[in-house]
Design a protein around this ligand. Structure first.
Ligand SMILES: [Zn+2]
Length: 182
């Protein structure tokens, strides 16, 4: 059983729920107070690349703790599906995103064991643990549909789950991925 301690309640040892076949787990602390946002606290933990146990090093170099929230901020007051965050980040940081794709490839190029998407999602997961970004489990749409369920993201204060934009809503091509075959 995959368990994590709530970062705001050291005595809350939370069992994880599997998000999808990528091996990401979600955690919810049900305590109603003491979290950065009112009510319970939900975060996501995704597998980290085997070649780099310290995910934070590259993530810090690319300033993902700033750039990923900036990508989400393009959709104020809304929940957005994972692919939207990725596309917005890639558009604003084409050179850095190309580095990630060169290193980890992307499912838009070919099936891959680990991917730039897995790396970015894992970094978002880290940010969600501390409440810097908000996580919600939701449906995967369009070309991400193979995941079944996927991560959705927002910035505090927490938007209503009714206010959300899916990948299909965006109707975005995958041409932001260098070498995409889609
Ligand atoms: Zn808690």
């Amino acid at each position: 059983m995959n368990r994590q301690v709530c970062p705001f309640h050291a005595d809350e040892d939370i069992p994880g729920t599997l998000l999808n076949d990528d091996g990401a787990y979600t955690f919810t602390c049900d305590r109603s107070t003491g979290h950065p946002t009112p009510g319970h606290h939900t975060w996501m933990h995704a597998p980290e690349p085997v070649d780099m146990p310290e995910l934070t090093e590259l993530a810090q170099e690319l300033r993902l703790d700033v750039e990923l929230p900036a990508a989400i901020a393009l959709y104020p007051g809304r929940w957005v599906e994972y692919g939207i965050v990725e596309a917005a980040y890639a558009s604003a940081n084409a050179h850095d995103f190309a580095r990630l794709v060169e290193r980890y490839s992307h499912t838009a190029i070919a099936p891959t064991q680990y991917s730039a998407s897995a790396f970015i999602a894992a970094t978002l997961g880290r940010l969600s643990r501390t409440g810097h970004v908000l996580f919600h489990t939701g449906p995967a749409t369009g070309r991400w549909r193979y995941n079944g369920q996927i991560s959705w993201w927002a910035l505090p204060p927490e938007p209503s789950w009714e206010d959300r934009t899916s990948w299909v809503d965006l109707d975005r091509a995958m041409d932001y991925v260098p070498g995409s075959t889609e």
